[in-house]
Design a protein around this ligand. Structure first.
Ligand code: CP
Length: 351
């Protein structure tokens, strides 16, 4: 007997959802006057920390990303002949593939390392020696490494830019770029110099700024736009929520921070709910705040959006995927366009 065809194959593929399409990036484009100068300053620089970006660079990177997303037919291929060395010594779905997708879309070629055991590192070669070799083999390195200091070790000998794609518990600056670009697509007015009180939003971050690289980098970028947020509420029931001086350095920018331990009490007032539960530590990961969960019964504010850097665990129920609260898939999609914008700026072009 012929086995029955899977019902999924009988239906046409689903339509795009409300967070896809070109309307939102087009609206963002209209909101930002072009100014290439802040981006020219990025040429031939490495990106290790979200602290390296200025407010103007974030705004202009978002503009370029929105252009790539809204009018892909106008995307040139400035990276033809350029080689990306994509070195991921820790698992990744989104970051590696969106960086590689971005580079491909810009016309470049890629060499990928997904296992340090296939390089001289397995024989005890130092990262700085590996980096010295990479100078001759490519035009830019993207590195994910479980150890906070690995990228600094490579920087000692690198003469081509390197981009931090997640270094241990320290930072994930380009995830934060994708996060803030997504926020600006949702509400373009948040990037204005002056945001009226009634347009400011309250963001809740379920996570631990002292140990989660995505949260640490995102907070740096939010602190460049302190007047856009009524309050940033950290939901965490661990000790040492902040690293030394982290909270003070954020608050001095004007960002209003509050730490709470109860999620459902805050949810009805949150416009943005950012959730994450994974922190990389050494060669493994730990799950933090597993007791904080979002599902269809969570008392979410009408119109609130949920963001998550993914991969998710039990903290984010799949039953929320088909609701308007789901902006986490849009966030993952945004990563391609914002990385296209960044990569084009970093590579040294020989015009
Ligand atoms: N957001 C993120 O870093 O996802 P991956 O671990 O899949 O790269």
């Amino acid at each position: 007997m012929v086995s029955p065809i899977n019902p999924l194959l009988k239906e046409p593929l689903p339509e795009k959802d409300a967070t896809e399409g070109i309307e939102r990036p087009l609206a963002l484009l209209k909101h930002i006057p072009e100014d290439p100068l802040p981006l020219i300053e990025l040429a031939n620089h490495s990106i290790v920390s979200a602290r390296q970006f200025t407010r103007e660079q974030i705004v202009q990177l978002s503009r370029v990303a929105a252009k790539h997303e809204a009018v892909p037919a106008q995307t040139r291929r400035p990276l033809v002949g350029k080689i990306l060395i994509s070195a991921f010594y820790e698992p990744s779905t989104r970051t590696r593939l969106s960086f590689e997708s971005a580079w491909h879309r810009l016309g470049g070629d890629i060499m990928s390392i997904t296992d340090p055991a296939t390089t001289g590192i397995a024989k005890g070669e130092s990262l700085s020696d590996v980096a010295e070799m990479l100078n001759n083999y490519g035009d830019l390195v993207v590195l994910r490494e479980s150890h906070n200091d690995a990228i600094y070790e490579m920087l000692k000998t690198l003469r081509i830019p390197i981009v931090n794609a997640g270094n241990g518990t320290d930072e994930h600056p380009t995830q934060a770029l994708a996060d803030i670009y997504t926020l600006f697509k949702w509400r373009p007015e948040l990037m204005s110099e002056i945001v009226p009180e009634e347009q400011r939003v309250t963001i809740g971050i379920i996570g631990m700024p002292s140990r989660m690289r995505t949260v640490r980098s995102l907070l740096y970028l939010l602190s460049l736009f302190p007047q856009s947020f009524k309050e940033v509420i950290i939901v965490c029931n661990e000790e040492n929520v902040f690293a030394e001086n982290q909270r003070e350095n954020l608050e001095v920018t004007g960002l209003k921070l509050r730490v709470v331990t109860e999620l459902n009490k805050e949810l009805p007032n949150l416009d943005v709910v950012y959730i994450n539960s994974i922190a990389w530590v050494g060669d493994s990961y730990e799950e933090l705040g597993k007791e904080f969960q979002l599902d269809a019964n969570s008392p979410l504010k009408k119109g609130a959006i949920i963001m998550h850097p993914l991969a998710r665990g039990e903290e984010l129920a799949t039953e929320l995927d088909d609701t308007p609260h789901n902006w986490y898939f849009a966030q993952a999609r945004s990563a391609v366009y914002i990385r296209m914008a960044l990569l084009t700026c970093l590579v040294q072009h020989n015009w």
